[in-house]
Design a protein around this ligand. Structure first.
Ligand SMILES: C[S@@+](CC[C@H](N)C(=O)[O-])C[C@H]1O[C@@H](n2cnc3c(N)ncnc32)[C@H](O)[C@@H]1O
Length: 311
């Protein structure tokens, strides 16, 4: 991490901030009914918008927002300064320990994947944070996770639009162009060079006169989940968004002794319309036939509870 406690040098923080704020109402609608009032922790509170909505709704609760970033700690303090029930703390959540059995709800909104992406892609880190959260929660307290979700590892065929921008597929020339000017196909080529800072495998094929790429579904989803973040592309290209499948999330929480209250994935219709349709199509190739598939889920929501009576 750099000396300013920013996870990444984003050329344009404003774009990142507007992106977060644009989705905050949807996030709130997804989680509101599951929150147990009392002591609520909003982990990786970012702009503080969600923290503010929570604090206004639960005026009798103590709401603590925590974030590692200087920029976001300042912004969320500013955003919540008029609310007497909010405190913003600056810390790395991997090392932060609240007193055992003191928290009623701990919220991780778009944060779990960052624990992996900015910490060497080590999937043990979110598992450790989830186990720690179990200790901190009161019996009957809840962890709420809203994040990306991996479709898993299996072979997929994809068609990319090659006409909606510069279709430069030569790697050396592609890397010199501005990401936002590229076609979806050319963006994919760039992604293969940059994701997690290494080169990724894919295979171009032609079936029924259609140009397709064969690759792993997890990898395809990673491209799909960030290919429109054109302003901060070099940073976004490094993040892994769907770190676990639904099954892996479930296992991780159950291994930490949580009871699952609800776990569901869904497709954000705005993303499907604006990011996927006319830009890419997914297929399975079986018995010499291409079968079009539904797009992958864009998000997962998990509500898990610490059992009221622990042995
Ligand atoms: C994608 S933003 C999400 C912000 C907000 N929760 C929301 O849903 O709009 C992730 C936030 O988590 C913070 N973050 C990432 N890793 C962290 C860590 N290890 N400790 C504390 N905060 C962290 C980042 O600084 C950033 O503000």
């Amino acid at each position: 991490m750099n000396p300013k406690h920013e996870l990444a040098e984003r050329p344009d923080f404003n774009v990142y901030v507007s992106g977060m704020n644009a989705t905050v109402r949807m996030k709130w609608n997804d989680i509101e009914k599951y929150i147990i009032p009392g002591k609520i922790v909003d982990v990786g509170c970012g702009t503080g918008e969600l923290t503010k909505i929570i604090a206004k709704k639960f005026l009798d609760s103590q709401v603590i927002g925590i974030d590692i970033s200087d920029y976001f700690v300042q912004l969320s303090r500013k955003n919540t300064k008029d609310l007497g029930n909010v405190e913003i703390q600056q810390c790395d959540i991997v090392f932060k320990e609240f007193e055992p059995e003191t928290i009623t709800t701990k919220i991780f909104s778009s944060v779990i994947h960052e624990l992996v992406s900015y910490k060497g892609y080590n999937k043990e880190i979110p598992k450790k944070v989830i186990r720690g959260s179990f200790r901190e929660l009161k019996p009957g307290g809840r962890i709420i996770i809203r994040d990306g979700v991996s479709p898993g590892d299996y072979e997929i065929y994809i068609w990319f639009n090659d006409k909606n921008g510069i279709n430069e597929l030569d790697h050396k020339k592609n890397i010199k162009l501005n990401f936002k000017d590229l076609s979806t196909e050319a963006r994919f080529i760039r992604f293969c060079l940059q994701f997690k800072g290494k080169e990724w495998d894919y295979r171009p094929v032609r079936i029924n006169n259609k140009k397709l790429y064969v690759l792993d579904a997890h990898f395809a989803h990673e491209f799909m989940s960030k290919k429109e973040y054109v302003e901060n592309w070099d940073v976004e290209a490094l993040e892994e968004f769907g770190i676990f499948t639904i099954e892996e999330y479930k296992q991780t929480l159950e291994n930490a002794d949580f009871d699952i209250v609800e776990i569901k994935t869904y497709k954000n219709p705005w993303i499907v319309k604006n990011w996927y349709e006319n830009k890419l199509k997914l297929y399975r190739y079986e018995n010499n036939k291409l079968n079009e598939l539904d797009y992958f889920p864009t998000n997962i929501i998990i509500i898990a509870e610490k059992p009221k009576e622990t042995n």
